[in-house]
Design a protein around this ligand. Structure first.
Ligand code: MG
Length: 376
């Protein structure tokens, strides 16, 4: 029996991870953590009987412990760290934010598989995280569909025959819109993603293409590829989830109906491919696949994100924090769609980079940018 701990079980990836575990033989839920969605965590406790549950607020843990006396309840950041000290086989990190980075860094010491859905971890601290993972020989398996596709094509993390990674992007809801049209789009339009059903923040990141830039950073760290050898390709049908170009000129791609269930399942069962949950049947008959070069003029944030990545140091952390604050302001209706890039650009232009930053310097940067932007 494989024991799984899910950090962030009430979010989009968390709930889909539970759907996968339900269908997989020999996998069980050991512990769950949640933020404020107490109604949902109750249902998950009743269905999956985890031994331990950690809530964000101590009050929620206290109330829940009265309803479920057999479950151990913890809360807050200390609760999270206590949870990962338990025995487990796979730790699914489906939480967002900086807390996840701290948790992953601690969990690496356990030498157990980390299935990573959290973007900040590799975007902000990829060098530090991967160095430590190597030191402890801890596998970090991506849950994102693109990185999962790449891993399925590479089969191993260091494949000497691989030459280039091609990360596919649907292009988001504004793929065919002019800048003038984008300027007046609201959150409602940005949240109307044509292919994928995801959380709100990431859906806006798909509309700006920042998400794709962040995925380039993650691929760089996960597979140790230079930025020059990681390409972005617009593929509106979202049937090819990324491909790898090999030295002999062959391309291997992973295809399937867009669904996060498959990357989640692959991360839980890697290096094996197991059949638990299945996506809707997929027929190639009559399908057309299109691939385009990204339009960096209409989507400058893709270029800016990759530029920050190349600069390294604290720049990816600056970009990540500025983007997150800007996206939430946009979701709240406080700024326009194109203001997101204005806010990010201004932050990047005024930031002073630090090379080889410590983890504390990265966290400090994140805090500073958020504080500064919250005052706008
Ligand atoms: Mg993705």
């Amino acid at each position: 029996m494989k024991n799984v701990i899910i950090l962030g079980s009430t979010g989009s990836i968390g709930t889909q991870t539970l759907e996968v575990i339900e269908k997989l033989d020999n996998y069980q839920v050991k512990a769950l953590t949640c933020g404020k969605n107490i109604e949902l965590i109750k249902k998950q406790i009743e269905k999956f009987s985890p031994q331990i549950v950690c809530t964000q607020e101590p009050k929620d843990a206290e109330n829940l412990s009265k309803i479920y006396p057999k479950t151990k309840f913890l809360s807050g950041e200390n609760g999270l760290l206590e949870i990962i000290n338990n025995q487990y086989d796979v730790l699914v990190v489906a939480t967002s934010g900086i807390v996840s980075v701290k948790t992953v860094l601690k969990a690496i010491e356990n030498k157990k598989t980390i299935a990573l859905a959290n973007k900040e971890t590799l975007v902000m601290a990829g060098d530090i995280v991967m160095k430590k993972a190597k030191q402890y020989n801890t596998p970090i398996i991506p849950i994102d569909s693109e990185h999962s596709a790449i891993l399925q094509c590479l089969k191993e993390f260091d494949n000497p025959n691989a030459k280039r990674l091609w990360i596919t992007a649907s292009g988001g809801p504004f793929l065919n819109n002019t800048r003038k049209e984008m300027a007046v789009f609201t959150a409602k339009e940005a949240l109307n993603h044509p292919r994928w059903n995801m959380g709100k923040k990431i859906t806006v990141d798909c509309a700006t293409l920042v998400n794709k830039g962040l995925e380039v950073i993650e691929a760089h760290h996960l597979y140790n590829f230079d930025y020059e050898n990681i390409k972005v390709v617009i593929h509106p049908e979202s049937l090819v989830h990324s491909f790898v170009e090999f030295n002999d000129g062959s391309f291997l791609a992973q295809m399937g109906t867009p669904s996060m269930h498959i990357p989640i399942q692959y991360a839980l069962t890697y290096p094996d491919r197991k059949t638990g949950i299945k996506t809707n049947s997929f027929s190639p008959y009559g399908k057309q696949l299109n691939f385009y070069e990204p339009d960096f003029e209409r989507f400058p944030l893709l270029k800016i994100t990759i530029e920050c990545a190349k600069q390294g140091g604290i720049m990816p952390a600056v970009l990540n924090a500025a983007n997150e604050v800007a996206v939430y302001k946009f979701l709240e209706g406080k700024i326009n769609f194109l203001d997101i890039e204005k806010i990010i650009l201004k932050e990047i232009e005024t930031a002073k980079n630090i090379s080889n930053p410590s983890i504390d310097e990265i966290f400090e940067t994140d805090k500073k940018v958020r504080l500064k932007l919250s005052e706008i």
